[in-house]
Design a protein around this ligand. Structure first.
Ligand code: PMP
Length: 414
């Protein structure tokens, strides 16, 4: 722990925060739960759980269409949540905040509309070599339809993007750059401002997959100057099944609609249909109203957190883990970028990741094992998968110690 970090860490009381997360207080396999699978999904504070419950208990109704009080209230709550997202990411307008099911659907939306309408044979989409499958496959689908190509941006030995190689790959044929703000498998935080500036200098728009960033750091889409930003509510203490696509207005307005149905139209006739204005043009069907309300509550809850102190706390957890790792024989870190969030991806000599995961689970420690939906990245490091402990602001130093005590036990079984 560096001396500069110490005061912020001291000010951040993860122990007290945990009281707001009832799920964390349980025992698993007869042991106190140590939840270290936060990159897969974060747990939910009471404020979010209650917001969803009270939505269903008190105002459940469909939005935008009712001539009755409940529908008005549901619409206000739903649109209020959009306003909260708008402020949360500093979008220039609420019309640029589109509700989706999550990061995956947000990226698919851009691939199916923006990319498909622009791609021609021979074009290229540059995609991060650390990308999650949901930021690879949609581009492959779009490229295949057009005879275009998805080209991966090489990864360095310490799990950064190779920016020199990126500069060489950026060219006349590049139509889009897609990368994650933060890597889910290894925690690397990319220098996205620099990457975006490089792409823009070549006239290429950039989509950022923010799934792993929103739970760890404030995001300002205007400061980033990204063209699209995609994220999921469940990675930032909100519910599953709700997410957001932010886009620059000029792009969103030029994109053809994706799914057709109610909500996304102005008028419909069998002779032709006129589509609704933003954001509704991309929101066909009854939306996940309770999900939006829950995400709004998560944003409000996060507003009460000192995020700089939370980041310092998470950094200290990672530093602590790395220190303890030095005393664990056979521990091999995979992904050692200098700037990373609190994600520890590793291997334990002689132990298949899945077996290690099972043995940890028996001791109440929840981690993720496998390829983390990043098979090309695993191939880059020559491993089939890793064990991943991913920390959040409610994790404690006692839990870091618990993880390593459990790993020492695992070693004795191998
Ligand atoms: N991108 C990254 C970097 C992720 O970590 C995830 C979730 N693991 C996704 C995309 C997909 O998010 P979702 O499943 O919520 O759509």
């Amino acid at each position: 722990m560096t001396p500069a970090r110490a005061p912020a860490v001291a000010a951040f009381d993860a122990g007290r925060l945990r009281a707001q997360f009832p799920i964390l207080a349980q025992q698993v396999n007869g042991k106190p739960l140590v939840y270290l699978d936060n990159a897969a999904t974060t747990q939910k504070p009471v404020a979010v759980i209650e917001a969803i419950a009270s939505y269903y208990r008190e105002i459940n109704s469909n939005v935008h269409r009712g001539a009755h009080a409940l529908s008005d209230r549901a619409t206000s709550a739903f649109e209020g949540a959009r306003d909260a997202v708008c402020r949360f990411i500093n979008s220039p307008s609420r019309e640029q905040v589109i509700w989706t099911r999550g990061t995956t659907e947000s990226i698919n939306l851009v691939a199916a509309t923006f990319a498909r309408s622009r791609l021609r044979a021979g074009d290229e989409i540059l995609v991060s070599g650390l990308a999650h499958h949901s930021n690879i496959v949609p581009w492959q689908l779009a490229a295949e339809a057009a005879g275009a190509k998805v080209v991966s941006i090489p990864v360095t030995d310490d799990a950064r993007l190779d920016l020199e190689a990126f500069a060489r790959l950026l060219g006349e044929r590049t139509r889009l750059v897609a990368l994650e703000h933060v890597s889910n498998a290894m925690g690397t935080v990319h220098p996205v401002e620099r990457i975006i500036a490089m792409a823009h200098a070549a006239g290429v728009p950039v989509l950022l997959d923010g799934a792993q960033a929103v739970g760890h750091m404030p995001v300002d889409v205007q400061a980033l100057d990204c063209d699209f930003y995609a994220f999921s509510g469940h990675k930032m203490f909100g519910p599953t099944g709700i997410g957001v696509l932010y886009g620059k207005r000029e792009w969103l307005e030029s994109m053809p609609p994706w799914q057709g149905g109610g909500e996304m139209i102005e008028t419909v006739s069998f002779e032709g249909t006129r589509y609704a204005a933003l954001p509704y043009r991309f929101e066909a069907g009854t939306p996940h109203i309770a999900g939006a309300v829950g995400l709004g509550a998560a944003i409000e809850w996060l507003a009460g957190i000192d995020r700089a102190a939370a980041t310092a706390h998470e950094d200290a957890l990672l530093a602590h883990a790395l220190e303890l790792a030095r005393e664990l024989p056979g521990f091999r870190l995979v992904g050692s970028a200098p700037h990373k969030v609190a994600v520890l991806s590793f291997l334990l000599e002689g132990g298949h990741p899945q077996d290690v995961g099972t043995l940890l689970d028996q001791q109440g420690v929840a981690v993720r094992t496998g390829h983390h939906c990043a098979q090309p990245l695993m191939a880059r490091f020559g491993v089939p998968g890793t064990i991943r402990a991913s920390f959040s602001l409610y994790n404690t130093h006692a839990e870091v110690e618990g993880l390593f005590a459990a790993l020492h036990k695992v070693r004795s079984f191998l």
